[in-house]
Design a protein around this ligand. Structure first.
Ligand code: FAD
Length: 394
């Protein structure tokens, strides 16, 4: 019997494996990953400093433990270089393997900015635990005086979370972003203002409405020169400008791609018996057939369950329900349902501050239908109440 092969040992790969094993205890399952295969929760990477966690402390289960627990053949440190969709084989750094069905869970890659300067190659990004280990070592380098000065390029979810986390651990952060506010692509100006005020109170400095152009070596540290001519001295520069689905294997195999690997409502790619999910995938909505990437945990859980069921023989639709993204900024904890990008220009935000001081912003589209929200602080009850209102008229 040919195996099911899963490429990738992130949350997406492991969720499919775990859900599949609940349905089928014996069919052969191979997981191939170019990393070590240890299991960790990636969202922990942007709040591990304040908790004083080293990279290895974030790995809750080793590759060996995971292989045993899920009864899978795990091939760590093995890169898949190509897929033959007709012959149903994958070509890897350790040979060729046949598959019955294949799951692509290859994640995303950090976007590189094309910065100039003799220290442009010193700019770090954190999308995997190995990146976090390098970042942490750089912060903790004995050459740095305390507080360590960190320039973060990008004030989106990851940039803001790191800013809060690093200042919580006593470091000095400067946030740089072309927008005029943090989380500009995700939430209302009023909530961005609340977050900015909270981060300012933590000591974060901001350079908004401009971008980093050059990173050079200074005497003992790095110097970031911005497009507006300002210079920012830093010991460490972190780029958090976003991630791009990893399409390399999909392109080589001529699978249909958009921003991500396009999958139908059951998670299948344009090739029979080849599925995808997680940060590499572009999901198709059951409701209206539109497609979009959803680089968050909750869609992985939903898609992982459905794809596992389909792999076990019962075609199952991925029913993605709206689920708030929780921004891990303890100084201003936010829960968000961002409105879809194409309706932002034609809708409006309505802001409210409740008697208890809670900030709520609701996004209404051109037809006055609630299509997004943000709330801080948040709890389960308020999130559920706001979720229940989605799709309803004002
Ligand atoms: P990855 O975890 O990137 O896994 C990809 C896997 O594929 C890796 O094992 C890699 O080695 C393997 N691989 C890739 N190419 C190959 C190849 N050719 N051959 C073999 N193996 C290959 N989401 C939330 O919902 N809430 C949060 O609070 C949140 N916080 C976050 C904080 C940070 C710092 C980051 C970076 C992300 C955060 N996210 C959060 C997003 C969330 O963590 C991701 O959506 C999720 O972890 C992606 O999992 P994945 O398995 O798709 O990808």
């Amino acid at each position: 019997m040919k195996p099911i092969i899963i490429i990738g040992a992130g949350l997406a790969g492991y969720t499919v494996a775990r859900e599949f094993r609940k349905l089928d205890k014996t069919s052969p399952l191979i997981m191939i990953t170019e990393d070590s295969g240890g299991y960790y929760s990636k969202p922990m990477l942007s709040n591990a400093f304040a908790h004083g966690k080293q990279a290895e402390q974030l790995i809750t289960h080793s590759a060996t433990q995971m292989a045993e627990q899920l009864a899978i053949t795990l091939m760590p440190h093995t890169r898949v270089n190509g897929i033959d969709t007709a012959a149903k084989t994958v070509d890897t750094s350790s040979g060729k393997y046949e598959f019955e069905k294949l799951v692509l869970a290859v994640g995303a890659q950090a976007i590189h900015l094309g910065l100039k300067g003799d220290a442009a190659n010193q700019v770090l990004s954190v999308n995997h635990i190995a990146d976090y280990a390098v970042f942490r070592a750089r912060i903790n380098s004995p050459k740095n005086a305390t507080p360590v000065r960190v320039a973060i390029l990008g004030a989106g979810l990851i940039g803001c979370e790191f800013a809060d986390d690093l200042t919580g651990a006593g470091h000095a952060v400067t946030l740089i972003d072309p927008s005029n506010r943090p989380l500009a692509a995700l939430t209302a100006p009023a909530l961005s203002a609340g977050l900015q005020a909270a981060l300012l109170a933590r000591g974060v400095r901001f350079h908004f409405g401009t971008v980093a152009e050059t990173v050079t070596h200074a005497a003992t540290d790095l110097c970031v020169t911005l497009a507006d001519g300002t210079t920012v001295e830093a010991d460490v520069v972190l780029s958090a400008v976003g991630l791009r689905p990893d399409l390399r294997l999909a392109h080589a195999a001529q699978l249909k791609t958009g921003r991500g690997i396009v999958i139908d409502t059951s998670g299948q790619t344009s090739a029979a018996d080849i599925y995808a999910l997680g940060d590499c995938a572009e999901y198709t909505s059951l409701a209206d057939g539109s497609t979009r990437t959803l680089p968050y945990i909750m869609p992985i859980m939903t898609a992982g369950r459905a794809i596992a069921r389909t792999l076990s023989g019962e075609r199952t639709e991925i029913d993605l329900k709206p689920s708030p993204v929780l921004i891990k900024t303890p100084s201003f904890p936010l829960a968000l349902i961002p409105p879809a990008p194409h309706i932002v220009a034609t809708g409006r935000w309505l802001d409210e501050t409740t008697e208890t001081g809670r900030s709520i912003s609701r996004f209404y589209d051109a037809n006055d239908v609630l299509e997004g929200f943000g709330v801080s602080p948040h709890d389960n009850a308020i999130r559920q109440e706001l979720l229940a209102g989605l799709g309803q008229k004002a």
